[in-house]
Design a protein around this ligand. Structure first.
Ligand code: ZN
Length: 149
């Protein structure tokens, strides 16, 4: 293994390391950060946004990409239909999901939320909080169904 000094802090690191163990810099063995991941957007646009935008990884400044489109797919996704680890949109699906209609592990929905932890007007989940709720542990005005009651 070839060791080189970290670009930011100077600590010896392997040339192929993804991050510096000392300072956390991305690609510390390189003189410049190289963009990593995948980006694609449709040519068709609507209201200034691409119809479909897919974005993963980070750009050449080390900044994590955010997918932003009418249909957005990525680690961070914002759009009409957002699918990602962190997703925000009218319809959103994600580990952490915020939207009008939301599905996720942690799900926040203005109207409907489904997920392990769901908070919304109508929420269905293992832990459900809202106006109308259904699930295992429910906290709501009207309980549609509940395992614990
Ligand atoms: Zn470093």
């Amino acid at each position: 293994m070839q060791t080189v000094p970290c670009r930011q802090c100077g600590v010896p690191v392997n040339a192929s390391d993804a991050t510096c163990p000392q300072c956390g810099a991305l690609q510390p063995g390189r003189a410049q950060i190289e963009a990593v991941g995948y980006v694609w957007e449709s040519r068709l646009r609507w209201m200034g946004l691409p119809l479909v935008h897919i974005a993963f990884g980070h750009d050449d400044k080390g900044k994590a990409r955010t997918a932003c489109g009418m249909i957005a797919i990525g680690q961070r996704a914002v759009g009409g239909v957002a699918i990602g680890i962190v997703a925000g949109g009218f319809i959103s699906l994600g580990v952490v999901s915020v939207g009008v209609f939301s599905l996720g592990v942690v799900s926040l929905g203005a109207l409907v939320a489904c997920g392990v932890n769901a908070i919304g007007a109508l929420s269905i989940g293992v832990v459900a909080v809202g106006y109308k709720v259904g699930g295992v542990a429910t906290f709501g005005w009207k309980v549609l169904f509940s395992v614990t009651k």
